[in-house]
Ligand binder design. Structure first.
Ligand SMILES: [Zn+2]
Length: 377
């Protein structure tokens, strides 16, 4: 079974648009060809990616190929961050593959300076679970060594991974190393080929996920207004919110007062069905064992989580109950949506609680620790 999707960057996630850059720099006719032959089409470009030589040494080697065009050659290196331009689909494609549970890695030939500049412009970097870029390991595709570096760094097994690249020799090499591999021509075709291997992206939108997490945050604020730990939740079906909930454990004097439990109950009532298979639950904090258990019992389709909860979370922190082998149901999980807002709300709540407690202690001697102690979910 395929668990990992490994992307080349150039001409897969970002267009390698060197011809456009050359035109932007005003190169035409003979100049265009001479500069191309000394740089992107020349023998030193792979060495630039391999980065065993310093940039200065490579620049000198390139200029030596066409000394009369040294100024133009250097202009290419000075503007190297514009040599690739991200495709519109890159982020949303990776996002929807991740939502389906695939781990995403980048394996690309890139020189140090060009990648360090380019990565600032790529919107998808934060979605990748990991990367090996040629300059980091001083090895380039299609050599076995760079694939091995990725395998070692992340414990990846080739047979559980599919590799996408626009260069046939890299694709052939990956297959010979035991990977599933796709020769990338365009995104639509590649998505189809992935589906042929059983790799289906989830049809989700990051904008929608943010929109509904904001609704969950509104619920969390209701909890805060009651002096409860601010955790909120909404459940969405076919683009509509069908249930809302927030933490009311103290108000209800009940362990069962978590927002997710309340929302799951309301959603089942609304649908007149205990099964929530086609629903997505948005929650501002990673669910506890009780709520994760309820999600499995409800056959929930998908959970979208804001902040993680290292001490009690059961969607990847303490354990990943939602996706555990052995249970009869697994929930698709997306993590980290509006995580700063979600965790800021909690931090702000506990800070004001502490400050209130300190002020209270100033007036009274001591206090009831059961009433003033930090709530722990
Ligand atoms: Zn809970």
């Amino acid at each position: 079974m395929i668990k990992n999707v490994i992307f080349d960057i150039g001409n897969v996630l970002a267009k390698f648009r060197w011809q456009k850059l050359f035109k932007e720099l005003g190169f035409e006719g003979e100049v265009f060809d001479h500069v191309a032959d000394a740089t992107v089409r020349g023998p030193w470009w792979p060495e630039y990616d391999r980065s065993r030589m310093s940039d200065e040494e490579i620049w000198q080697c390139c200029c030596a190929l066409a000394p009369e065009y040294s100024a133009q050659i250097m202009a290419v290196f000075e503007n190297v961050e514009n040599i690739c331009e991200e495709y519109d689909y890159a982020r949303s494609w990776i996002y929807s593959l991740k939502a389906a549970g695939y781990r995403i890695y980048l394996l690309s030939n890139y020189g140090r300076t060009s990648f360090e500049k380019a990565r600032q412009k790529f919107s998808f970097m934060d979605l990748a679970d990991g990367q090996v870029i040629s300059y980091e390991v001083e090895e380039i595709k299609p050599d076995r060594a760079i694939f091995e570096a990725l395998e070692k760094k992340y414990g990846i097994l080739p047979e559980e991974s599919v590799f996408l690249d626009d260069t046939m020799k890299n694709v052939k090499a990956a297959k010979s190393y035991g990977y599933h591999a796709i020769f990338f021509e365009n995104q639509a075709l590649a998505a189809k080929k992935l589906e042929g291997m059983g790799v289906f992206a989830l049809p989700v939108s990051e904008d929608d996920d943010r929109k509904f997490m904001k609704e969950a945050l509104k619920q969390a604020k209701k909890a805060a207004a009651l002096g409860e730990v601010p955790i909120g939740c909404v459940i969405v079906k076919d683009g509509d919110i069908i249930a809302r909930g927030y933490n009311q454990r103290n108000k209800k004097h009940s362990t069962l007062g978590h927002g997710e439990i309340s929302a799951i109950g309301k959603a089942s009532k609304a649908l007149i069905d205990w099964r929530l298979t086609d629903c997505t639950l948005y929650v501002t904090l990673e669910p506890c064992s009780m709520c994760a258990g309820a999600m499995i019992q409800a056959r929930l389709g998908r959970a979208v989580i804001g902040a993680m909860n290292p001490k009690a979370g059961c969607a990847g922190s303490v354990m990943n109950m939602l996706q555990m082998d052995g249970f009869n149901h697994k929930v698709h999980v997306t993590r980290g949506i509006l995580k700063e807002q979600c965790s800021d709300l909690l931090t702000g709540f506990f800070t004001s609680l502490r400050e209130g407690r300190q002020a209270g202690q100033g007036q009274r001697s001591g206090g009831d620790p059961h009433k003033t102690g930090r709530p722990v979910r």
